[in-house]
Design a protein around this ligand. Structure first.
Ligand code: 26Q
Length: 822
């Protein structure tokens, strides 16, 4: 009977307008007469939010009632981007909203653009978590994300005189997508000491006492699925001073200032996202963040399990916890602590439950990214956890000893504790030992894990603990939302939008590759998307770019291993080549726009130097009258998810050129190909599987292979190094101060010429330049290029995160979907 009161289920334009006006006038207390784009955004968001809430409540009720196994995805990063467009497309009422907003005098695109990106992540790992949430909801898996509610997301990047400047990203003011749950709190302990007691049965028990307490407060974000009623939950923890006795006492003692200082100290834990991507630096606050978030999440998960009154041995049948990299590894230790210290289980019984519960995903083989924490730091902050880690290590090493008697080398190699000064806790080893499955994120990467980094563990546990799950991206955001024109054309040809939830259906497009009209429409859409990007570039940088040029794009975090330096050296080479040409020769040049975007970690000087060089080259090239439109260089400031949505559909070519063996997977490679762009890349990460799927005629591969990297580095180290002659010309130009003071770039050139060229820029330069020449030739043949573009999209079905999530569900989590019906 209460159903008739169910609010806000608008089903057409008029009902949407009514809801919009109601929210603007009452929820927001704004007059319709001074309603600006921002108020229109808030009103629209609130109208759609109401619809999500209804389905969210229903989903949570059903999932609790059925009580089947749930997945918990623990990630310190969720790079969500904007939520409104996604909510509209999922609810399926975007057209009603467009018309309704237009009646009030607004363009829906401008309204959508009012939203601040939720940028709680650095790059690939954080965006993967966001795509996973989308697929888990779309596939009806009962799944929760757990993360931190940072007050400041990834910094905003400004380019000032060619240098990166970092500006804080305060994003929380009037965010309609989060719901504070002030009643859901967990007290989290730090520091203090461990006391041993004997209980009534004479058994030794441990208590952790006298620590500092910080409170975790839950904030929930609804995660709607596409074309389903399932709306899952993302729970983000915020830190605050523990309320009650302790600051109250200080207030009473008149120590107001110190009470406020304690408060601020507690709030610091969730204040800011660490801006390092693929680099770990051992900061205490980071470890505090990790434990705070793991402990709050585990408490919440255990509390939910205990309500079902099941026996502990059923825990792994009800709960699967996936660790997004080693950042949440303490969750393993925390669950063992809860089971032993608080629930009184025996060690073996508890450890059996723990290992059945966890799965660990590794995203990198770069040594500088592998997490290690100093033992003294951990001893001080988490004394009981360090004891448990030592116990876990002891039992582990005992089993290793049995299998490999007298192999002392093996024992010290695989020990969780590195015997250095200070001693270090190796988090990846702890994660492997505490999980039942470990996966890499692309075939080559997973193979490298097994043959190098985790080789000993393969011997110890056998190969079955190690597996591969190749990454994907969600086609809802990266095709349908980012590229509505292409999505509509595909839907027209395939007779509907089913491909958005079964991406393998794209293969039906291959039947149209030779269809002239279809090709023409395909080309037209690419041009429209290039125009949209050109407009964006004009409005943000002031530069005019010609949409008939080849748009050549590299957008991703700036890192030496991703080799943006190779790209910009290639651009300089092209510039010098064109400058040497006769007027006659210039006529044959394919005009290019080289577009860069990406953030450098604030303390990563070499990455900042690369940004500086790109901007200086842009200054020179873009105003050189000899060059005109034959070459433009653009650096897009503050690359983020919402900018990626404009950029990805507009590429002719994108660059995925990491040193072979260094990129775990890469995911922007998939986004670009899915939008009809071709790619130039190395045999690295998922490029290899993309090639296998789309065919090697449709991709421009170059460079040395992963298997040759070690030997090349070895040779460089022993002085066998000759700078590639074409790269030498580029360096000579830089050193002639052509792009400003050469001293600004000397560390960069020296890293190659003098310090061993660790990333093999010189070794791959010739092959890179030659391959770009092949790109130019291919681009001249418009029809051939279009055929490659269409064929590639048709064969990208494998790279949907729907396929990825089903693989995790089957081979790691053992969970079943649950459809939410009315
Ligand atoms: C660790 C310790 C302390 C501070 C920061 C960090 C930290 C933070 C972020 C370490 C690593 C990251 C991010 C890593 C990342 O984004 N990896 C990428 O993951 C993608 C998804 O699997 C892959 O496609 C990329 O190849 C991989 O680089």
């Amino acid at each position: 009977a209460w159903r008739k009161y169910s609010a806000s289920e608008f089903t057409n334009k008029e009902e949407f307008e009514k809801e919009l006006v109601r929210h603007i006038e009452t929820t927001l207390a704004r007059s319709l007469y001074n309603c600006d784009e921002n108020a229109a955004y808030s009103g629209t968001a609130l109208a759609f939010r109401d619809r999500l809430i209804i389905e969210w409540n229903k989903t949570q009720q059903r999932q609790t009632f059925t009580d089947q196994k749930r997945v918990y995805y623990l990630s310190l990063e969720f790079l969500m981007g904007r939520a409104l467009d996604n909510a509209m497309l999922n609810v399926g009422m975007k057209d009603a909203a467009r018309d309704g907003l237009s009646d009030l005098g607004f363009r829906i695109e401008d309204v959508i653009a009012q939203e601040h990106d939720a940028a709680l992540g650095n790059g690939g790992l954080g965006r993967l978590a966001a795509c996973f949430l989308d697929s888990m909801a779309t596939l009806n898996y009962p799944a929760w994300g757990y993360g931190l509610r940072y007050r400041y997301g990834i910094f905003k990047q400004e380019i000032v005189n060619g240098y990166q400047m970092e500006v804080p990203d305060y994003w929380l003011d009037n965010n309609p997508w989060e719901f504070p749950r002030h009643e859901i709190t967990v007290d989290i302990q730090f520091y203090g000491r461990v006391k041993n007691h004997q209980n009534e049965n004479g058994k030794v028990v441990h208590t952790w006492e006298d620590g500092e307490i910080v409170q975790a407060v839950a904030y929930d974000v609804p995660i709607p699925g596409y074309g389903t009623k399932t709306t899952n939950n993302l729970r983000l923890w915020s830190s605050k001073a523990s309320s009650g006795e302790f600051d109250f006492q200080k207030f009473n003692a008149g120590d107001y200032e110190s009470a406020v200082a304690d408060q601020q100290n507690a709030e610091t834990i969730s204040a800011v996202l660490y801006p390092n991507d693929n680099l770990e630096r051992g900061k205490e606050l980071r470890l505090k963040q990790q434990y705070f978030w793991c402990a709050a999440s585990l408490f919440d998960i255990v509390r939910r399990f205990k309500k079902t009154r099941r026996a502990w041995n059923e825990f792994p049948d009800q709960v699967a916890i996936q660790l997004n990299d080693t950042h949440p590894t303490l969750a393993i230790v925390e669950l063992q602590r809860i089971l032993i210290d608080e629930e009184g289980l025996e060690w073996d019984e508890a450890w059996n439950i723990v290992t059945k519960t966890f799965g660990y995903t590794n995203h990198t083989v770069l040594p500088e990214a592998l997490e290690k924490w100093s033992v003294p730091l951990m001893q001080n902050l988490l004394p009981r956890h360090l004891q448990l880690i030592y116990d876990i290590n002891l039992f582990f090493l005992q089993t290793v000893e049995k299998r490999f008697p007298k192999d002392r080398e093996m024992l010290s190699r695989v020990s969780i504790i590195e015997e250095s000064h200070p001693k270090m806790v190796r988090m990846a080893y702890l994660a492997i030992i505490g999980s039942h499955k470990v996966n890499g994120v692309a075939e080559l990467h997973s193979d490298l894990l097994k043959t190098t980094l985790f080789k000993d563990f393969v011997e110890i546990y056998g190969p079955d603990r190690f597996t591969n799950v190749t990454n994907g991206v969600t086609p809802r955001r990266w095709l349908h939302q980012a590229n509505p024109l292409l999505s509509a054309l595909i839907a027209e040809k395939l007779g509907g939008h089913e491909f958005l939830t079964d991406l393998t259906l794209l293969d039906k497009l291959e039947a149209f590759v030779d269809d002239k009209d279809f090709r023409h429409e395909w080309a037209h859409i690419k041009t429209m998307n290039k125009l949209r990007l050109a407009k964006f570039i004009k409005s943000t940088t002031g530069h005019e770019v010609d949409p008939n040029s080849l748009f050549d794009i590299q957008v991703k975090r700036i890192h030496e291993y991703k080799r943006q330096q190779l790209n910009i050296f290639g651009v300089i080479h092209r510039y010098l080549t064109i400058k040497d040409m006769s007027a006659e020769e210039k006529k044959k040049v394919v005009p290019r726009v080289s577009i860069f975007g990406g953030k450098a970690a604030p303390g990563y000087w070499m990455a900042k130097t690369i940004i500086h060089l790109i901007n200086k080259v842009a200054d020179v090239v873009n105003k050189d009258a000899d060059i005109g439109n034959l070459l433009k260089v653009i650096f897009i400031e503050d690359y983020n998810v919402s900018k990626a949505e404009i950029i990805c559909p507009a590429s002719d070519l994108s660059e995925h050129i990491s040193t072979a063996g260094t990129e775990g997977s890469g995911t922007s490679n998939m986004k670009f190909v899915m939008n009809g762009g071709l790619i130039i890349g190395t045999c690295d990460g998922a490029n290899i599987e993309i090639t296998r799927e789309i065919g090697e005629n449709n991709i421009f591969l170059f460079g040395n292979l992963a298997e040759d990297v070690e030997e090349l580095r070895h040779r460089h180290f022993y002085g066998d190094f000759q700078l590639d002659p074409q790269l030498a010309k580029v360096f000579a130009a830089i050193k002639s101060n052509m792009f400003g003071d050469a001293a600004d770039f000397s560390a960069l050139t020296a890293s190659i010429e003098e310090h061993g060229d660790y990333y093999l820029v010189s070794d791959d330069f010739n092959s890179y330049i030659t391959t770009h020449g092949m790109v130019d030739e291919a681009f001249k043949n418009k029809e051939e290029w279009l055929a490659k573009s269409i064929t590639s999209v048709a064969r990208m079905g494998f790279f949907s995160t729907d396929r990825v999530i089903n693989e995790y569900a089957d081979s790691i989590w053992n969970v079943e979907p649950l459809e939410i019906k009315d």
